[in-house]
Design a protein around this ligand. Structure first.
Ligand code: ZN
Length: 385
């Protein structure tokens, strides 16, 4: 049997909900065994969850031995819904999620820049909450923003891509909306979803590498999503790799993302002589790679190698055994992946070379689901008490 897991108190309740959602009805003893916590802890938390109506007791199984009959507990996924919103450069992606982390509804809206961000988000969220008032009442709202966000205060310190500076988003939305609001960085939001419903099933420590225009890294240690001072952790794209390299949007030279970010890849392909046409973007790069253009394949292979070697550095520092890769640039993974994997494994110290690298198709709703999971991860935020 595995050692008892580190057990941050407020997460246990959520993990019980997540487990029942995935595995179906289980007895308290089975939950305790699967979550690697004590039975008394499970009994304590399930009492509260039954009180909330989030789980219910089923008819006891006849006991096979002498002990008391085992009472299976069942999740009531529809007992509460939360709304997650992803802010992207040109659109908003939203989802409604039940207690089991499953998406029950989703929406997508273009982002117009004419309105102030707070006014726009307030209006959209008010409409969405109101529209569901009689069907699936929303207990809380999570918002995932690209950039540096302090998740405790919910202040967006800097979102270069949105041009937001020191925006107290959680406080402003919280004043206007009838439910609790949590705001965090988009990658950390998705990392929270991974902890509850994905990688966290098998690992107490793991990394989530986000590849898109920027590069981010979610770090989970002892089942906690690491936030760092003021919530600025995870700025993997600004790993300094070459002091003579190109100027990065952070002001420094030669940051990792100025070599392997989406814009950098496009620019490097163009300089290598690849015809990308006016207004080219990621899909043109994918097409060129699929056509087997040698210059593009060389750029992507080199980028994959650099990325893999950089990840190996973090793996070695934190003794990590599992990495999940997410993000828009995953469409390039067939061309980035082989060099990435080879470099990450080769760069890892010997005891960490069985590094597990997981890739799944990227969906636009993922950061939105992550935002919803910010609420689920603090189940106290959505209880009636
Ligand atoms: Zn930088």
């Amino acid at each position: 049997m595995k050692a008892q897991r580190p057990a941050p108190g407020d997460l246990i309740q959520t993990e019980i909900l997540a487990l029942l959602g995935a595995a179906g009805p289980l007895s308290r003893a089975e939950i305790a065994q699967l979550l690697r916590v004590g039975t008394a802890t499970v009994t304590d938390h399930t009492r509260r969850l039954i009180g909330e109506g989030f789980i219910r007791e089923l008819k006891p199984h006849a006991s096979s031995g002498k002990g008391r009959p085992r009472v299976p507990l069942q999740l009531v996924p529809t007992a509460a819904h939360v709304l997650g919103l992803r802010v992207a450069i040109d659109h908003l992606a939203g989802v409604v999620v039940g207690l089991d982390g499953q998406i029950t509804d989703e929406f997508r809206l273009p982002l117009r820049v004419a309105e102030s961000p707070v006014a726009l988000l307030t209006r959209v969220l008010q409409e969405q909450i109101e529209a569901r008032r009689n069907t699936t009442p929303i207990r809380g709202v999570g918002v995932a923003v690209p950039g540096m966000v302090d998740p405790v205060s919910g202040v967006v310190r800097l979102s270069a891509i949105m041009d937001w500076h020191d925006l107290p988003l959680a406080a402003e939305l919280g004043r206007a909306l009838p439910v609790p609001v949590l705001v965090d960085n988009d990658l950390r939001s998705s990392t929270t979803a991974e902890l509850l419903f994905g990688m966290g099933r098998d690992h107490d420590d793991f990394l989530v590498l986000g590849i898109g225009d920027g590069l981010g890294m979610g770090v989970v240690l002892e089942r906690r999503v690491q936030r760092g001072a003021d919530g600025f952790s995870g700025e993997f794209g600004h790993l300094p790799v070459d002091r003579t390299g190109p100027r990065c949007n952070c002001g420094n030279r030669g940051c990792l993302q100025s070599f392997v970010g989406q814009t950098a890849l496009l620019e490097r392909a163009r300089r290598a002589g690849v015809e990308l046409g006016p207004g080219y973007g990621l899909s043109e790069l994918v097409d060129a790679a699929e056509r087997g253009e040698p210059a593009v394949l060389a750029v992507l292979e080199e980028a994959g190698e650099l990325l893999g070697r950089s990840v190996a550095g973090v793996v070695n520092v934190l003794a990590i055994k599992a990495v999940k890769v997410i993000g828009e640039s995953l469409v390039l993974w067939p061309h980035l992946g082989p060099a990435f994997t080879a470099a990450a494994v080769a760069g890892a110290i010997e005891p960490l070379r069985d590094l597990e690298i997981t890739v799944a198709p990227w969906r636009d709703t993922e950061h939105a689901r992550g935002a919803a999971c910010l609420l689920l991860a603090r189940s106290g935020a959505i209880t009636r008490a």
